[in-house]
Design a protein around this ligand. Structure first.
Ligand code: ADP
Length: 580
């Protein structure tokens, strides 16, 4: 109210200011701004203080000045071709580093709405994210300004927190708050609307607030004892794990737990690699068998959503132990026998303290061995099915054979991002993951178009590791222009296009219009996607025979450039199971 009154009735002081010569006015501004910073610099300085090292943006008014201020503060600013990709790159950057080290920023109106899908991914994959959107002066709302948008109602339902920073002096506090909300408890996205007036005025940067972080939930020792008791007596225990373990990294505790109990495990699509896929107790792709056969199941860092079939695959009398930092998650779709709210690492340490010194009865040890042997037999059966599929010499190349060739090329420390339908399933079935946060899929909401920007964000955050994006030709189309960004910023990712000529190859076309009057779900035949990379100045390859894949990948890696490898694969493969 006060601000509005000031605006309509300028004070005498303001009148006097208006009479000053430009030179005197500039001098006065300089003196009065002593110790103060403009809004853009305040953003940059606060981000830097929070440990943000990278900002993914698309230059536009008003954030072009914020981008400049970030560069002055030593933040690497990367320019994308679509704001959706900026958010996705930031997500992959944060996930692969395990910390919030990057943010995404966009200018006004449509630039801001272009970020919605990436923000949705952050919500659905429980990933930390700060997104900053520009905004026309709030007082001018409803005047019909260029690209005017109140983005608050758009982002509120899909973020942990959404706010408009109306005053310059509030910028540091809002950013600090955004950082903590995005990273504490269950991670998630925060959206900040920063109107032009906040950017243009000046304020001082207060010292870093001494923040009182909420104490982690105290672990319920009674429940720990009950869970330890259930697990100790289990004859057929099983562990289900997901990518939520990224944020406390209890990999050592998990190894000790499965070792102590001789407990088989299965990971969610992105939960793979935290315990390596070649671990003898790893039964990825056999989650249905594992859940159906186990008498006690413990779930960490994952949810009983569609990924694990809402719990419907658990044996009727199986005991279920669920650990999650988010109290609302406990009991979703299925009531656990024991639900423990807390940080996974802390809970597992308490659990291990109870279990580790006990010795199971011989009968239990024997039962657990037979359980693992049973699962082992299932794994052998499955491996031979996969091997048969992967050995196909067919032309066009089968998706499984393509994946076998990629697998044989990849070093153990590679990061693989993947989207698409048929192709994502084949990748999950054939290409293993050995290290944490090294497999990024289309995620819980199955978002197409993620493979390209996730790979770029992952490579920028992990320049020493090989990063490869495997996209379906449909998924590739969403963000293919970002290959130019990769060339410009020198980000040598290998982008593979699994080209089956349409959405799920020919499968959807056969449903949409079987008579092929118009190609609605099939694309133009024989598209040479690698030519896009030729135009951008990167390395490019096209492959139609399986034995050409390895050499094409080797040339791509040796080029030191971002590379696009277009691989023609069989369009007539029926849809596959995504759980790998
Ligand atoms: P996935 O897709 O791998 O199945 P989800 O993203 O569905 O995994 O689930 C991750 C789960 O991990 C969420 O329910 C989230 O609350 C939980 N989580 C995240 N961080 C922690 C933590 N530090 N301790 C316990 N649970 C956590």
């Amino acid at each position: 109210m006060k601000d509005a009154a000031r605006k309509t009735a300028p004070s005498d002081f303001a009148n006097k200011l208006a009479t000053l010569s430009p030179a005197k006015r500039a001098l006065l501004d300089k003196l009065s701004a002593k110790g103060k910073h403009g809004g853009n610099t305040l953003i940059a300085k606060t981000l830097r203080r929070l440990g943000i090292s990278h900002a993914y943006c698309l230059a536009g008014t008003p954030i072009h000045k914020t981008m400049g201020a970030c560069i002055k503060e030593g933040i690497r600013v990367l320019g994308v071709r679509h704001q959706q990709a900026a958010v996705m790159m930031s997500l992959a950057h944060n996930y692969t580093t395990g910390k919030m080290t990057s943010i995404a920023m966009a200018s006004f109106g449509p630039a801001v709405t272009n970020m919605v899908t990436g923000v949705l991914n952050a919500r659905d994959d429980c990933w930390p994210l700060i997104v900053i959107g520009g905004r026309q002066p709030i007082d001018t709302q409803h005047m019909g300004c260029f690209q005017d948008l109140d983005a608050i109602p758009i982002f509120s339902p899909i973020t942990k927190w959404t706010a408009a920073v109306r005053k310059t002096e509030d910028i540091p506090e809002y950013l600090e708050r955004a950082y903590h909300i995005a990273t504490e408890g269950r991670p998630g996205p925060v959206y900040l609307d920063i109107p032009v007036e906040s950017l243009e005025r000046s304020a001082t940067l207060p010292p870093s607030p001494a923040r009182e972080t909420a104490p982690p939930p105290t672990v319920d020792t009674q429940k720990i004892k009950l869970a330890a008791d259930l697990l100790s007596k289990a004859m057929r225990p099983a562990l289900l794990l997901g990518k939520g373990i990224r944020w406390s990294m209890p990999t050592e505790e998990l190894s000790r737990l499965i070792g102590k109990l001789n407990m088989p495990f299965s990971a969610s699509p992105m939960g793979r690699g935290y315990l390596p896929d070649d671990h003898p107790l790893c039964f990825n792709g056999l989650s249905t068998d594992l859940q159906g056969g186990a008498d006690t199941v413990i779930m960490v860092g994952a949810r009983m959503n569609w990924t694990f079939r809402f719990g419907s695959e658990l044996a009727k009398d199986a005991k279920f132990i669920q650990i999650d930092i988010c109290p609302d998650e406990i009991g979703r779709n299925i009531t656990p026998d024991i639900g423990i709210v807390g940080d996974i690492k802390t809970v597992l340490q308490a659990l291990l303290a109870e279990i580790e010194h006990s010795n199971p009865a011989d009968a239990i040890t024997k039962d657990r061995c037979s359980w693992v042997e049973h699962m082992d037999a299932r794994r052998k059966e499955r491996n031979s099915q996969m091997q048969a599929l992967s050995n196909s010499d067919n032309i066009p190349i089968s998706p499984h054979r393509m994946c076998r060739e990629i697998r044989d090329f990849l070093p153990r420390n590679a990061i693989v991002t993947v989207d698409g339908s048929t192709i994502m399933a084949a990748v999950q079935q054939v290409i293993p993951s050995y290290l944490p946060a090294s497999r990024l899929t289309a995620g819980v909401n199955g978002c197409m178009g993620t493979a390209v920007p996730y790979a770029i964000g992952a490579k920028i955050a992990n320049p020493e590791r090989p990063v490869i994006a495997i996209s379906g030709d449909s998924g590739f189309g969403f963000n293919a222009m970002e290959m130019e960004m990769a060339v410009r910023h020198r980000v040598p990712v290998i982008f593979i296009v699994a080209n089956n000529g349409g959405i799920v190859g020919s499968v959807f076309q056969n449903i949409v219009a079987p008579d092929y009057t118009e190609r609605t779900a099939l694309f133009e035949p024989g598209i040479r996607y690698e030519k896009i990379m030729e135009a951008f100045g990167g390395h490019y390859e096209s492959v139609s025979r399986a034995e050409e894949i390895g050499p094409a990948l080797a040339r791509s890696a040796n080029s030191g450039l971002p590379a696009c490898v277009n691989i023609f694969i069989d369009p007539d493969v029926p849809p596959l199971d995504h759980m790998g």
